[in-house]
Design a protein around this ligand. Sequence first.
Ligand code: ZN
Length: 342
Amino acid sequence: MTTRNFIKRMPKIDLHCHLDGSLPPETAKRILADMGETWTREDVEKAMGVPEDCRSLAAYLACFDLPIRCLQTAGTLEACAHDMAVRAAAENTVYLEARFAPSTQGVLGLGVREAIEAVDRGLKKAGEETGIETGIIVCAMRHLPEEVNLAMFRTAREMLGCGVCACDIAGDEASYPMSLYRNLFEEARRLGLPFTVHAGECGSRENIYEAIDLGAARIGHGTAAAGDRALQALAAERHICFEDCPTSNVQTSILPDYGANPVREFRQAGIPVAVSTDNRTVSGTDLTQEFEKLQAYGLLTEDDMAGIYFDSADAAFGGDDLKERLYQKGRAFFGGRPGGRK
Ligand SMILES: [Zn+2]
C-alpha cells in the first residue's frame, strides 16, 4: 500500500473541529437560499475559504462572518452538524468532537440548550447513517462576560454524557490572557466538566502553563510550547494531549510553513498529539490532507500515524466503552499500537 493510500484508508480521529468553520459549502448555499439569497458554491467557497496567501489571524477570522450568519437557528445548526459529520465519515473519520459556542447562537433568540440539542440531533443522525461517533465540546468565548460563559457551562453540564462531552474557551487569545479565566475553569472543574483550552496559539507559553495549572485535559494548538523543554516535560508527565492543527497554524502565521510543525518534537518529548483539522471549510482541509502534509514534510512515518491514532483515542472526551471501540478499530487497521501498549 502506498503511503497516500494508507492515509486515505486509515481510521482517523478529529478532536479539534469547529462547527462554524467547517460548514460545508453546499449546506451554506442551501441555508442562504432559504434566507432568500442566491449564492453560487464558488462564491461561498470564496467568502469562507482563507485566501492562498493568508498569513494573519485577522484575515482568517474574517472568513467566519458568513457561517456565523448562516448558523442562527436550530434547523441550520442541525444541518451543518449532520452534513459536516457525514463528510468527515467519508474520509474514514471514525470519531469527531465538534465544538461550537452555543452562547453566540442567541442572536435570533435560540437558547443554549436548544442550540446544543440541535447540533446533537445532526451529529446523531450522521452517526446512524455512517457509523461515525461524535461528541460536542461547548466553547466559552473570551470576549463574552463571565456570567454568560458560566451560565452556558452550567447548562452544558446538565447535558454531559447526553451529547456534550467537554468544554473549551476560544476567541482572541492575544488580547485576553488565560489568567482572566481562572474563575470560569475552577467552576468547570467543580462541575466535573472536563476541558480543553485554546492556548499557545498566539505565541504565549504562559497561557499553556496557566491552562495546565487549571486542570486542562488537553491543549488546543499548544504551538508555543515548541522549544520549551520544561513545559513539554510537564505536559508529558500529566499526559496532556496537544491538538495540533497544521494548516490553520500556517494560515494564521503562527508557523512559517508545515516543516516548522512541532509534531515530531512533541511526540519525542512524550506528549500525546492529536492531528486535527480546526476548520474544515475555512482552512480548506480535512484530516487526510493534514496527515498528507505532515508526511510530505518528513514529519510522520506510518508508525507515527498509528501512535497518533491511539493517543487521540486515549484523549477522547468519552467513556471507556467508546475508547475500547476506537482501540478495536485502530488494532484492526494498524495491527496494534506501536510500542506494544494497549
Ligand atoms: Zn480552534
